[in-house]
Structure formats: C-alpha cells, structure tokens
Design a protein around this ligand. Structure first.
Ligand code: MD3
Ligand code: FE
Length: 221
C-alpha cells in the first residue's frame, strides 16, 4: 500500500503480489495471465490434439524424450535421429500441422505485448506434455530462422520448476516456479539463454489431472 493512500478505514482490498516478475533484462513472468483465457484455450487444444496427438520423439543422440509433443501452426518442431527441425507437415500423418487456433495466437500476442514486444506474430506452437518424472534438460533454442522475435510460454496443469540459465551450459541457473496459468516471455538479450525444466513432481491438478502442458510460441520461419 502506498504511504499516500493509507487504509485508514481498513476497507480496501489486501495488496496483491506483483503480477509481472522480471527474471532477466528482457525476460519476465506474467503470473496468471492465461487464466481468463483458460476454457477457450483448452477447447481449442482438444481440437488440435485430435488431429495431432501427443507422441514420443527421439533426439539426434538416440534418447527418447520423457516429454511427449505435438504442434500447431504453419511450422511444427520435431526431432529424430537426423536432427532437430521445423516442418510444415506432421511426420506421423504427412498432413500439415493443424492451424494455430485464433485464441492461441491472440493470447500469445497479448502476452508478448504486455512484456514489451509489440506485434509478435508466432507461426509455431510447440505443445509439450509432462507427466510426473518428465523433465527437460538444459538446452538453448537455436532452431529458429531468426532470434529477433521473443518466445512466449504458457504453463498449464501441474507446477514446474523452470531453470533459467546463462549463455554457457555451465553457468549457474536460477530456479523459477511456474504455476498453472503463468506465462513467461523471453526475447532480446535473453533469447539464447540455456533453460530447462526439473522433473515434474507427483500431483493432481483440479483441471488438468496428472500432467503439465506447456505451449511454446515462436516465430520459427
Ligand atoms: C528461456 N520448453 O520446448 S518454456 C522447449 O516448459 C522448452 O516446456 C520448456 O524449453 C517447457 O524448448 C520451457 C520455453 C523457453 C523457450 C525459449 C527460451 C524458455 C526459454 C529462451 C531463452 C530462455
Ligand atoms: Fe527450449
């Protein structure tokens, strides 16, 4: 509460925690930003997953990822023994990835704007599914055509501890708790930071059950 706005009558709302947390020079967490969009987001997600269900993928090194994935938008991220790449078609069906639902695009653009990145035009949404125990090791996102655009990530379901590292794998990383409805936006000088997700803990989320789903929006082409 501001010292110029004393709550003399005790009749104002308790102060809310900051909704926007800066975690790097050009990286921030927007707490609960996705919550008002949740039901339309989940309806649209269901439609995407009917056409392009979650599947396991193998890294170029031959490891099966613990996270299962899908994509929507003009480009979808995939990995197999030959490398990481963005493709126009789902390798499982040979069909184009499902189009990005309008509500996905609008939410990603609104979050980017809130974080100071005007006119974000994502052409790819990677959908990651984590069950308890699943994790993502420290890595950089380097498969996109340009690093000028930010990346927007929407966390849904079970909580996660996000690792926000430096520019070398060995740099110390900060741990950022991410909850259902939180959105993180990275860009500019923070775009090539190492990052990862610690193994998801057992738990039950009232809306999503025993899983965490992360939507990652990028301008990939
Ligand atoms: C931080 N996904 O799919 S959000 C990924 O929660 C990925 O599923 C995580 O990392 C997840 O590649 C984390 C995305 C993210 C993307 C780019 C970043 C975090 C970033 C660039 C710099 C720093
Ligand atoms: Fe990443």
């Amino acid at each position: 509460m501001s010292p110029f706005n004393l709550d003399l009558f005790g009749d104002t709302e308790p102060e809310q925690p900051p909704r926007r947390e800066q975690i790097g020079a050009q990286a921030c967490v927007l707490r609960g930003f996705a919550l008002p969009w949740l039901e339309s987001l989940l309806t649209a997600l269901e439609g995407v997953l009917t056409v392009a269900p979650f599947r396991q993928m193998v890294t170029p090194g031959g490891f099966t990822m613990s996270v299962t994935l899908s994509s929507c938008g003009a480009l979808g991220w995939t990995t197999d023994r030959s490398g990481y790449k963005y493709t126009h078609n789902d390798p499982q069906t040979g069909q184009p990835w499902p189009r990005m639902p309008d509500v996905f695009f609008e939410l990603a653009q609104a979050a980017a704007r809130e974080a100071g990145f005007a006119d974000f035009v994502p052409d790819s949404c990677l959908i990651n599914r984590y069950v308890p125990g699943a994790k993502m090791s420290l890595h950089q996102d380097k498969d996109e055509g340009s690093y000028a655009a930010p990346i927007v990530s929407v966390s849904l379901g079970l909580p996660a501890t996000f690792l926000f590292g430096g520019f070398e794998r060995s740099d110390k990383s900060q741990r950022v708790p991410l909850l259902h409805g939180d959105i993180v936006v990275w860009g500019g000088v923070d775009r090539l930071r190492y990052h990862g997700v610690l193994p998801i803990k057992d738990g039950h989320h009232p809306r999503l059950g025993e899983q965490r789903i992360n939507l990652t929006f990028r301008t990939a082409g």
